[in-house]
Design a binder for this molecule. Structure first.
Ligand SMILES: Cc1ncc(COP(=O)(O)O)c(C=O)c1O
Length: 408
């Protein structure tokens, strides 16, 4: 793949920020959008806008086709068995909350265990805290190894015959670690537990096959994979989705409505109450087309190369702590500069046109585990280049010099 060619499709990247060409390294928070996605949304609103599954008129049919066509694209992108197993949601957070509210509250009871890790994003932690409180189940944590990775030995030690549900991120948004999902699914199923995967940081960057992973649920967001904000998806095995109750009730999701009782549509529509995010789904479909044209394996290889390049350069700078393992990670580098608050690091980098994230990254328990209050994070995507990494490293060296001067 040619990242220089790819960049041409991203209008936002071609601007100056604070007098410097923009280097965007905050992709784990959200990705930029190619012109193909922007135009797909524009085209939808200009030519096809209408509500779905209602009117029999031409625009209504076109909108329904566009919306359901996007569902087919999502299903094929993650290799779901059927598009009926794809529920459109607002994003990963809503998808995980749907499982926690519908599946967990129906199937978990006092004495059961929910197993997660201390490295989870708040979106894959708080819904389980709430589900545990509502059902009387116990929340248990798989301990992390010293480098922040999850070992299968620790997974085996934590999951017991009481475990009913395991939920874990495929890729950590802080450490960049890639968890052995297939093996974890095997261990969980061996104990009769289901596996939920937070795919927010994996779906944009790796080839994902939910059938091969054998997870029961898989959640992700469109905005981190070139799509618009406000759209994401929950994959669920048909056998679970069919048994689950909706969590939102109203228009669109019903079959028959009586004064005192109602019945629901079949899956996935029973989970999509109200007018759905039609233009968002269309934009996500266009994003999937864009990613597939390049190839997910090519994108993953490009990011691996960039991360290695960045690591080599970073290791040449004194006074930098990098968190997480050196190898086997995705395009996320979380770090701190000695004696400088990460917000200050990010502010000076921004003055140089380099956008990185600083803070707790919605992972407060993991920050505690790392023994820090916050970190800085540079995260890459398919349009980043070695020149971007050079600009980031040079800006970091400048930051270090500036603060060593200020701090004496
Ligand atoms: C690992 C992980 N899980 C969940 C989320 C939540 O995604 P969203 O805010 O799109 O719902 C994020 C977003 O940063 C994430 O990185």
């Amino acid at each position: 793949m040619n990242e220089h060619e790819i960049r041409k499709s991203f209008p936002i990247l071609h601007q100056e920020v604070n007098g410097h060409p923009l280097v965007y390294l905050d992709n784990a928070a959200t990705s930029q959008k190619p012109i193909q996605v922007i135009e797909a949304i524009e085209n939808y609103y200009k030519k096809n806008n209408s509500n779905v599954h209602r009117g029999v008129h031409t625009l209504g049919n076109r909108a329904t086709e566009a919306y359901e066509g996007a569902r087919e694209k999502v299903a094929s992108f993650i290799n779901a068995g059927s598009s009926h197993e794809i529920v459109f949601t607002r994003g990963t957070t809503t998808a995980l909350n749907l499982v926690a509210q519908s599946y967990a509250r129906a199937f978990l009871k006092e004495g059961d265990e929910i197993v997660i890790t201390p490295a989870e994003h708040h979106s894959n932690l708080i819904p389980w805290q709430q589900a545990a409180k509502a059902t009387g189940a116990t929340l248990k944590y798989i301990p992390l190894q010293e480098d922040g990775t999850v070992s299968l030995e620790n997974v085996r030690k934590t999951i017991t015959h009481r475990t009913k549900l395991v939920s874990i991120a495929y890729v950590s948004n802080v450490l960049g670690t890639i968890n052995p999902i297939k093996e974890i699914a095997h261990i969980a199923h061996g104990h009769g537990a289901i596996l939920v995967v937070d795919g927010a940081q994996s779906t944009p960057h790796l080839k994902v096959d939910v059938q091969e992973l054998d997870c029961d649920f898989y959640a992700f967001s469109g905005h981190k994979m070139l799509g618009p904000t406000g759209i994401g998806a929950l994959y669920g095995k048909r056998k679970w989705l069919e048994k689950m109750e909706p969590v939102e009730f109203g228009g669109e999701m019903i079959d028959f409505v009586d004064l005192y009782d109602s019945t629901w549509k079949e899956i996935p529509w029973k989970f999509e109450g109200g007018t759905p995010i039609i233009a968002g789904a269309v934009g996500l479909g266009a994003a999937i087309d864009f990613l597939q044209e390049i190839g997910m394996n090519e994108i993953a290889a490009h990011e691996r190369k960039l991360v290695q390049y960045a690591f080599e350069k970073l290791e040449g700078i004194d006074g930098i702590t990098i968190y997480g393992p050196r190898k086997g990670r995705s395009g996320v580098i979380t770090f701190n500069l000695d004696h400088v608050h990460p917000h200050d690091v990010a502010t000076v980098l921004d003055a140089e046109g380099v956008a990185v994230r600083a803070g707790h990254h919605c992972c407060q328990p993991l920050m505690k585990w790392l023994n820090v209050t916050a970190t800085a994070r540079a995260s890459m995507y398919l349009y980043n280049t070695e020149e971007d990494i050079d600009r980031f490293i040079n800006a970091l060296i400048k930051t270090k010099e500036y603060f060593s001067h200020v701090l004496g």
